[in-house]
Design a protein around this ligand. Structure first.
Ligand code: LLP
Length: 421
């Protein structure tokens, strides 16, 4: 039941002789060719997720700004662009990658946070829309770029997300300008003749029910009225969750209908068809990827069994950082009986666990594990901790062919920035 759900979700995992295949290429062949561990992306799933976002509402002026912090591989950015998505950016580095992927300045939204003026300049010189995240940053912007357009990020007071660390609105977060400071936004804008052309928010990451997101969107829309004369867009942020576990997922149909109601009501009330934007990261890329890892050791202690793999938290940090759940399957034994094991990596920390006491089919050295839904905040949060090499990334194209889209690190790469006397 569970497996069938996963199989239909990815549409591409196929079962044959009790082993998982990827478009008829065995996982083993992929690892032999590209090395282990390995991030695999399925183009058709990625495109489908882009389309889900594109088709979310019927409101005509709707923009999807893909939050590339989730995954910034330029090959995926190019596909997102082909699918008609725009992008958001948190840094000049992301802007650089987005322009390299072919995005026009008008398709990029720089959602800045605690930046110095050089980052504002970087975006302004390129004609990219910026949002600022505090009154002091608005003042800094105004001093250097009077008579400009600028958006402001509001904290709607309601957050959501899968973990405290990724809730980005409400009482405990550094993000957004509080609603009590709206008048001060106007004062600073007047001082520098700034035109507040957009308001934006982001409640947090991976919400699975929509109530908080909708409540926060309503708060943002009511705050936006303060700037209605100059307002061109309202961006309600990202955070749309995916089903990592048990098939629980966001009801996209309900979300789309509810947003449509809000969007049309606002446009009608103000007789102004402003643009509405969302900033999904995870939804666009998470489900398209499988991380393959190789089992190197099985250790049974009096307390548990450790399945030791080559996918440490330098490769996939989410379980270590947030106790996140990723479905894990043994490609060599898909349907056997399951017993609980702890699945770990090869990093020198006890917290280097992909899963704890997780039911897994009988596993032996050399088996290949498939870690599902690894496309968001997987490679983009990978590191060279312990001087480990980050893995390669491979795209399984819709025609079934595998294409290397990022090579594996080499030993020379980890020395590259160090100064040799
Ligand atoms: N917009 C802004 C301003 C953001 O800060 C983020 C994510 C997004 C959009 C996209 O959110 P998404 O749709 O992907 O939930 N590393 C964590 C997630 C951190 C999210 C950071 N901001 C994780 O692995 O769960």
């Amino acid at each position: 039941m569970k497996l069938n759900h996963l199989l239909s979700k990815t549409q591409i995992l196929k079962q044959e002789n009790n082993a998982l295949l990827f478009n008829n290429k065995q996982a083993k062949q992929l690892l032999e060719h590209y090395g282990s561990p390995l991030y695999i992306y399925m183009e058709d799933v990625f495109r489908k997720c882009c389309q889900d976002m594109k088709n979310l509402v019927t409101y005509p002026h709707f923009k999807i700004s893909y939050a590339v912090k989730a995954n910034n591989n330029i090959n995926l950015l190019k596909i997102a662009r082909e699918e008609g998505l725009s992008v958001d950016a948190i840094s000049p580095g992301e802007i650089f990658l987005e322009q390299a992927a072919g995005f026009d300045a008008s398709e990029i939204f720089f959602v800045s946070n605690n930046v110095d003026v050089s980052e504002f300049k970087f975006a302004m010189e390129r004609g990219i829309q910026i949002s600022v995240d505090s009154l002091s940053q608005l003042d800094l912007f105004g001093r250097h770029f009077p008579n400009s357009k600028i958006a402001v990020r509001i904290n709607p007071g309601i957050g959501d997300g899968h973990h405290d660390k990724v809730i980005t609105a409400g009482d405990k977060t550094k993000f957004g300008i509080h609603a009590t400071e709206l008048q001060e936004i106007k004062n600073i804008a007047a001082k520098y003749n700034l035109s507040i052309n957009g308001v934006n928010m982001h409640v947090g990451s991976n919400f699975l029910t929509i109530a908080n997101f909708i409540a926060a969107s309503k708060v943002l829309l009511s705050n936006a009225e303060m700037f209605i004369d100059t307002l061109e867009f309202v961006d309600i942020g990202g955070g749309i969750g995916i089903s990592y576990k048990d098939g629980q997922e966001v009801d996209l149909k309900l979300l789309g209908q509810t947003l449509d109601e809000l969007f049309y009501a606002f446009a009608n009330k103000h007789n102004k068809m402003i643009t509405f934007c969302i900033e999904p990261g995870r939804y666009v890329c998470a489900q398209s990827s499988i991380l393959l890892a190789t089992v190197h050791s099985i250790k049974t202690t009096p307390f548990t069994t450790f399945v030791g793999t080559d996918a440490g938290f330098n490769v996939l940090m989410r379980p270590m950082a947030y106790d996140s759940y990723h479905e894990i399957l043994n490609c060599n034994n898909v349907r056997g009986e399951q017993t609980p094991v702890s699945i770990c990596g090869n990093i020198c920390e006890t917290g280097d666990l992909l899963a704890q006491e997780r039911p897994l089919t009988a596993t032996k050295e050399g088996d290949i594990l498939a870690i599902l839904d690894a496309g968001a905040y997987g490679y983009s949060m990978a590191s060279n901790y312990n001087a480990r090499l980050r893995p390669a990334e491979v795209l399984l194209k819709t025609d079934g062919k595998a294409k290397l889209i990022r090579r594996r690190d080499t030993l020379a790469d980890i020395l590259a920035n160090q100064i040799l006397d």
